[in-house]
Design a protein around this ligand. Structure first.
Ligand SMILES: NC(=O)c1ccc[n+]([C@@H]2O[C@H](COP(=O)([O-])OP(=O)(O)OC[C@H]3O[C@@H](n4cnc5c(N)ncnc54)[C@H](OP(=O)(O)O)[C@@H]3O)[C@@H](O)[C@H]2O)c1
Length: 291
């Protein structure tokens, strides 16, 4: 497991051709319960997005299968026409059935359709970056060839509909193989203070200038809980969630945080975490949580 050094990394990192603030925003929580259907409070969803941008967020993670369509429609309502510095990253490779189940959608037709759905619902002519989300195993990354679907995405990139390509829920081999088909600018896997299977991958990607964008940075559907996390948080006057996000930003220069929230109070709390600094002993305690 990599030790996190007490280094203050730059506040930005290049995602494709644009530098983004490393504290971004994940839009999945803006859809209804179970990421299905409309939210209870659409006005607050719009307000969360506008406040995020006002506070300097210029990297938003989304997908047209959130809702489906709902999250992208809310992003468009809240933020279109988009600021030039805003990078919107979406993902394809899944679809929802009429009960909200997540199903793989990897045929060339489904992938092309997904890119066009994202373009239409976001109101864009070209998407900054599209992650191909692998689904060989429901529990996490698993080996399997992504050559066919990635070639479809690479073709959409050549057509000018997609500026950059990323991969999600993938192994190191899939990233290496993917780079032979198209430049990979970001990798989005499950990673946080307690779930650190990707430690080595993160360091490899940093060397190659590839962004690592962890999903479930706060634990996702099972919020992070740790007595040590609470203790360190209390000692620096922060909340456990802020402390977990700050730890991620200390972890590596290529780490881009995309915490998700439907709440203005949580958004403000999360964004403030970018300013937190740790003492060496506190960082050592946080590093030890996963071991
Ligand atoms: N590639 C993939 O397969 C994949 C999978 C999952 C997610 N994602 C992306 O990653 C982003 C982040 O993941 P996520 O949203 O699932 O999980 P997350 O950011 O780890 O956690 C979100 C959960 O934490 C709560 N929360 C947020 N801030 C909080 C705070 N300050 N205090 C207490 N609770 C707080 C949210 O509830 P409230 O709404 O009440 O704040 C929500 O229940 C998503 O939005 C999505 O864009 C990608």
């Amino acid at each position: 497991m990599s030790k996190v050094n007490n280094t203050t990394h730059p506040s930005t990192f290049k995602l494709g051709d644009k530098a983004v603030n490393r504290m971004g925003y994940g839009a999945m929580q803006l859809a209804g319960p179970g990421v299905f259907g409309p939210p209870k409070d659409r006005a607050t969803a719009v307000a969360v997005l506008r406040e995020a941008i006002e506070q300097g967020v210029n990297h938003i993670d989304t997908s047209d299968f959130y809702g489906p369509h709902v999250t992208n429609e809310i992003i468009r309502e809240a933020l279109h026409p988009y600021r030039d510095d805003l990078v919107i990253v979406t993902k394809i490779g899944a679809r929802r059935d009429d009960k909200g189940a997540w199903l793989p959608a990897f045929s060339a037709k489904e992938l092309r359709q997904a890119v066009h759905d994202n373009l239409r619902n976001l109101g864009l002519d070209v998407i900054d970056a599209v992650n191909l989300r692998a689904m060989f195993d429901t529990h996490g990354p698993a080996e399997g060839s992504l050559e066919e679907p990635l070639s479809v995405l690479a073709e959409l990139r050549r057509q000018g509909l997609v500026r950059h390509i990323g991969l999600s829920n993938v192994t190191r081999k899939q990233v290496q193989d993917g780079q032979k088909i198209a430049p990979i600018v970001c990798v989005q896997n499950n990673y946080n203070l307690v779930h650190r299977a990707d430690d080595a991958l993160i360091d490899d990607l940093a060397k190659d200038g590839i962004a690592y964008v962890p999903f479930f940075p706060l634990g996702g559907f099972s919020p992070l809980q740790s007595a040590t996390l609470s203790e360190v948080a209390a000692s620096i006057g922060a909340t456990p969630m802020q402390t977990a996000l700050a730890w991620l930003l200390h972890r590596a220069p290529n780490m881009l945080a995309i915490p998700g929230t439907s709440s203005l109070a949580h958004l403000r709390e999360n964004l403030a975490a970018a300013k937190l600094r740790f003492s060496d002993p506190d960082l050592a305690k946080l590093n030890g949580i996963a071991s």
